[in-house]
Write a protein that binds this ligand. Structure first.
Ligand code: SF4
Length: 472
């Protein structure tokens, strides 16, 4: 994106404040365009003849520096690329690195289907969301077109995840692609030896394509050839070499490509990048004792390129010691640094509370909320947990910063009509918010109890303090 502030964007908008976009002013809409929370198409007037020229220019200026490519279809389709910055602290990264796990066409059918189901269904709860995997990469190992096509068909029957079809043999690729061309798979890959045949396939089936070369001039040349032929959905693979100087050179190529695309504005290489950490298995092998080392190195390489700058990667090891750090790192690197991780405010039920169950207060900072929620539920304390909107800030800072106040607690009690849910008028505030106790009683008219500073101590606190006389 070439525009750095909402005011700069606003200058291209009609400026009529007509509210057709759902916002009260064009400036408010401009701010959401900057955040990518709205799309230009949501401003119908911009397409009127009198604004069309400015609108066209604005669309160009809003386009991300690195192009965005979508793979797959339906609910689990994934966008990759679309980034504007080199470093997360400059704004935020937008599209998480997509993790594709491999299967291969010499697997026994039942083993194949089982692994595809495992990739499709894997999930892990982490800070308010279920982390999942993103794609299945199908490798041609047999080199036989029919075998590959059969494997692709079996995989497609088992999963709705996006697919990456892997073969440098154009005939093998086309047979596989025929099975799933309506699934918008990413094909991997065209290189300097097969590019003409692969280009023909890409134009016939209109699917995204990976271009491969560890020679960046050659990669640039391939990208120009494909883009000149009208292919827009391009992914670049500058090669992933898993050891020694090869790994150092790989790192350097990823950084140079991303810098060329974002800092130097070289549109010829401003495409999403793919890394292949599973090349670690080519060095360390699957023999006895080597699998652990291979998966260890695969995880190290994956973590390196999650940070710099792979938009999608192909992986093999699904062992927890490899997969969990990779997936967790993706979640962390792609968290928006401008916003604390938060949950929605509201009134939550923990267990099976009744109208005389305790009512606890916490903030909507995700880490605080999930800690308190977990301490209550793991100790089987049937209760209500009232989550106050503190802009995603934790208890101590929110008290100091004025986000958690007696007034905020009162407003939350009223917004969620808590009085209709519990028959008592006793509320337990966190120990770290003890100083709000008197003000909260005055503001709400409720009996305020000060809970422990650490929610892990709630069971012991309950033994001594619940129910208070006003409830019993
Ligand atoms: S629809 Fe367009 S012109 Fe109307 S308020 Fe929104 S941004 Fe402004």
């Amino acid at each position: 994106m070439k525009l750095s502030s909402p005011m700069e964007i606003w200058e291209y908008l009609p400026g009529t404040n007509c509210e057709e976009c759902g916002e009260k002013t064009c400036l408010a809409f401009a701010s959401l365009l900057k955040e990518r929370k709205k799309k230009l198409e949501q401003c119908p007037p911009i397409f009127k003849p009198e604004y069309a020229e400015k609108g066209k220019k604005l669309a160009e200026l809003l386009a991300p520096e690195v192009s965005e490519v979508e793979i797959g279809v339906g609910a689990r389709a994934r966008k990759i690329g679309g980034e504007d910055i080199m470093h997360r602290h400059e704004l935020t990264f937008f599209n998480r690195t997509a993790l594709a796990y491999d299967v291969w066409d010499t697997m026994e059918e039942e083993e194949l289907r089982e692994r595809v189901r495992k990739i499709t269904n894997w999930s892990k709860f982490y800070v308010g969301e279920f982390l999942r995997l993103d794609a299945v990469a199908i490798r041609s190992v047999s080199g036989d077109a029919k075998t590959f096509a059969g494997c692709v068909k079996d995989v497609a029957e088992e999963t709705d995840l996006p697919l990456v079809l892997c073969s440098f043999d154009a005939k093998v690729m086309e047979e596989g692609l025929k099975e799933v061309s309506d699934r918008n798979p990413l094909i991997y890959a065209a290189d300097e030896t097969n590019w003409e045949e692969i280009l023909e396939i890409v134009r016939t089936y209109n699917v995204p394509v990976t271009l491969f070369s560890s020679d960046l001039d050659m990669l640039n040349s391939l990208a120009l050839t494909f883009s000149s032929a009208g292919v827009e959905d391009i992914v670049l693979d500058p090669g992933t070499y898993p050891t020694g100087e090869g790994l150092a050179d790989t790192f350097s190529r990823f950084v140079r490509l991303r810098r060329a695309g974002i800092v130097d504005g070289n549109k010829g290489v401003a495409y999403p990048l793919i890394a292949v950490p599973m090349t670690a298995w080519m060095v360390h092998g699957e023999g006895a004792g080597n699998a652990l080392e291979a998966s260890y190195w695969e995880a190290i390489i994956a973590d390196l390129f999650i940070i710099k700058y792979a938009d999608i990667m192909i992986l093999h090891s699904m062992e927890p010691h490899s997969l969990i750090p990779e997936r967790t790192l993706v979640a962390n690197v792609y968290t928006d640094p401008r916003r604390p991780v938060s949950v929605d405010p509201g009134l939550r039920e923990i267990g099976n509370p009744a109208d005389d169950s305790p009512l606890f207060v916490t903030t909507n900072f995700a880490l605080t909320y999930y800690t308190v929620e977990s301490d209550l539920s793991s100790n089987k304390i049937d209760s209500y947990l009232m989550v106050v909107d503190t802009d995603g800030i934790g208890v101590e800072s929110a008290v100091a910063g004025g986000q958690l106040t007696a007034e905020a607690i009162k407003e939350t009690l009223e917004s969620y009509e808590v009085e209709k849910t519990v028959k008592h008028k006793a509320i337990v505030i966190p120990g770290l918010a003890a100083r709000l106790s008197g003000e909260t009683e005055d503001a709400t008219g409720w009996n305020v109890l000060v809970g422990p500073r650490d929610s892990g101590r709630i069971p012991g606190w309950m033994d001594k303090n619940w129910p208070p006389e006003t409830v019993s």
